[in-house]
Design a binder for this molecule. Sequence first.
Ligand SMILES: [Fe+2]
Ligand SMILES: [Fe+2]
Ligand SMILES: [Fe+2]
Ligand SMILES: [Fe+2]
Length: 406
Amino acid sequence: MAFNPLKEKGIPIEKQFKSWSELNSQPYDKDAIHPYTRTAGILMNGVEVEGALFSHNFARHTDDMELKKKLALIRRIEQSQQKVINWMIPADESNLEVTIGYEQVAVDLTAFLAENEKDPYVKQALDFALLEDFDHLYRYANLMRLTMGKDASSVTKQYTEITVGRPTALEHRHPLDDVRKYADKNTADLMTILHTLTIISAEQQTMNFYMNVGDRIEGSLGRGLYLEIAQIEEQHVTHYESLLDPRMSWFEQLFYHELNECWLYYSLMQSESNNNAKKVWEDNLAMEIEHLRIVADMMKQYEKRDPAELIPDGFSHLFRFKSNIDYVRNILKTQYNYNAMDTEFVPARQVPDDYRYFRHQELVNAGGVPSVEVIERVIDKEGQDYRQEVGGPHPVEEYREKVFAR
Ligand SMILES: [Fe+2]
Ligand SMILES: [Fe+2]
Ligand SMILES: [Fe+2]
Ligand SMILES: [Fe+2]
């Protein structure tokens, strides 16, 4: 890929501040917006949130005043970018509609990254959690039928299937089975690092979102469903963050954060059909190029190394939100019943009966499971669960009938 952000010229940092009216984005029309413009906004909001939070953590780990000030300067801009992006969501888009958008991000982002991931273990990790978020989309879609009488496809359109994945009730594992092995920073492909940072940001944002809006939902069942799925997003953040090499220095990590922002904005600019959003991706890229330059200078100053060596060949591919129906079907067919034991992914039948997974399941699923109940309630009311299977019958035979989630 010819694009190398270290060789581009951005906007000087002091010129990146905007007025309140410039930050206060015109919200999109929820009925007219393309689903992949919505998902791009959700993703980049999560990436900017991660950028700001990472920078805060870095600042709390240094007593160097000059460094703290530089971090504060860049961080203020990350925060303003986050406002511009997240304020594109209109107030009349309900929390549940936005949630459907979040899980569409999880499905189509994860599938794309998995399909383009070279490290077999990282790919496995992506495929593994893909089926879990895919199932969340189905559970929330049924909550939408039940409480709003609305089809979730009004949000996702025909791009993403909505049906049973790895049933949410079965996803609850002991925390010791969430931690993965990391990809060695010295041998990992650049794109593996960027994929990992991207998915961490998206999952973390989803975790935070459910932590905050889960109690804003009417009715005990909806509140229960959000808290149940929020606990899985905690598992997903643990799962993905452990793939990143913890031996990277703070500067190295900061550099990859800025580089990842450049990669994503540059990618999204190419495929964006909405003019307002495209302008935001272009403006933000110009800002990120400058952040990257500043951080590269910091690395030279503090670590006496040139980060140009970290991007020897530029980006081998760009990211794009697109429909991944066949890919997801294939993973569903072959891995729907996978489970995790320590750091490894195994077919369910290989998990011994006395494994901690089963004790944990009994504990948390005692006394009713909201993700199961929501389907039962829709079946009671409408005679069938809500699905959108556009690629044919469910690839897993046992999930073709109306299911009660297990
Ligand atoms: Fe940013
Ligand atoms: Fe999810
Ligand atoms: Fe997730
Ligand atoms: Fe940045």
